[in-house]
Write a protein that binds this ligand. Structure first.
Ligand code: PEP
Ligand code: MG
Length: 325
């Protein structure tokens, strides 16, 4: 299988009926950069910047952050990289960063909440990203935005840091795009407000599903009770895709489900055209895309989504088998 996938590396991912699907890689450490070219990914759709912090014994300083971001951009060359700002806190506690133990870490003081309450850390990171970009394009994405005011405030910090760099005569990014992750269900009902102020969004299905089903993603006793291939999960994703299509906002899916062929099949059927996934998913998902008839998949999934069943996995499996070559 591996050799089969390797042969597909340079084949662009078109469905049989001609839809271009952009396949991207999730990354977070230097070691991921070595395999970027090998996977045939068209870019890095999610760079998890907190990994550098989690493997370090002390807080990575400005220079270390800038150096890593520079290496990522060098490795990606002309391909786009989406840097997600620190998604720390909750259960990602660091010995060198004070944080209180919380009873509900997934619902607690984490990600952008921590970034906005402790802006010094977030601003230093933004400054490092801007310094690393130096005349190159820069894409920044904020994790776990739950309300549009958080996005406004975070975006204002970016503008502030760009102005700071410019006053010092530093090269600004050649192009700046700022986006939000859709992980908190609340945003689904405020996309009309969010989308006009973002340059792009990315759906973090790991967290989005955890919050939709009220099931801790890290607890196997409850995490596996609910199927992503179920009407409520897919209707939520469909709403997001449709809202983005209406405003012309670029949207990707970057949760683990994007890297599983059957789940990716459904995402393509729903109209998502950018999928970012762990490296091992790229070969199998590309093979699925190449054999998929998107229009037939779309018709099938729109019918199945109306089902009264708790899971429609088997039906979707049958649909995928019937509509793919
Ligand atoms: C997600 O929640 O789907 C996501 C991509 O972010 P993480 O897995 O890092 O929380
Ligand atoms: Mg997440």
């Amino acid at each position: 299988r591996r050799a089969e996938f390797a042969k597909l590396r340079d084949t662009p991912a078109f469905t049989r009926d001609g839809a271009k699907i952009t396949l991207l890689m999730n990354a977070g450490l230097d070691v991921d950069l070595d395999i970027l070219a090998e996977t045939g990914a068209e870019g890095i759709g999610l760079f998890r910047t907190e990994f550098q912090f989690m493997v370090a014994e002390e807080m990575p300083r400005f220079n270390a952050q800038t150096a890593l971001y520079g290496r990522v951009m060098d490795a990606a060359g002309d391909m786009a990289v989406t840097f997600r700002t620190l998604d720390l806190g909750g259960d990602k506690v660091l010995p060198y960063l004070e944080a209180e133990r919380e009873d509900n870490p997934a619902l607690g003081w984490r990600a952008i909440r921590m970034g906005l309450d402790r802006p010094a850390l977030l601003r230093l990171q933004l400054r490092a990203l801007i310094a690393a970009a130096r005349g190159r394009p820069l894409r920044i994405m904020f994790p776990l935005v739950a309300n549009v005011d958080e996005f406004r405030a975070a975006r204002a910090l970016v503008d502030h840091e760009i102005a700071w760099a410019q006053r010092r005569g530093r090269a600004a990014p050649s192009r700046l795009e700022v986006g939000a992750m859709i992980e908190a269900p609340s945003l689904i009902w405020h996309l009309d407000a969010l989308l006009p102020m973002t340059d792009f969004v990315s759906v973090g299905t790991n967290d989005l599903m955890q919050y939709l089903f009220a099931a801790d993603r890290g607890n196997p006793r409850v995490a596996d009770r609910y199927d992503f291939l179920s009407p409520p999960a897919l209707r939520a994703l469909q709403q997001i895709q449709q809202a983005c299509a209406e405003t012309g906002t670029p949207v990707s899916v970057c949760g683990e489900m994007a890297g599983r062929p059957l789940e990716a099949f459904v995402l393509v059927a729903l109209g998502f055209e950018r999928l970012s996934m762990p490296p091992a998913g790229l070969g199998p998902v590309k093979q699925m895309v190449l054999s998929c008839d998107r229009e037939a998949a779309r018709r099938g999934v729109s019918a199945l989504i109306k089902s009264s069943a708790g899971s429609i996995r088997n039906e979707i499996e049958t649909l995928a088998r019937k509509t793919s070559v």
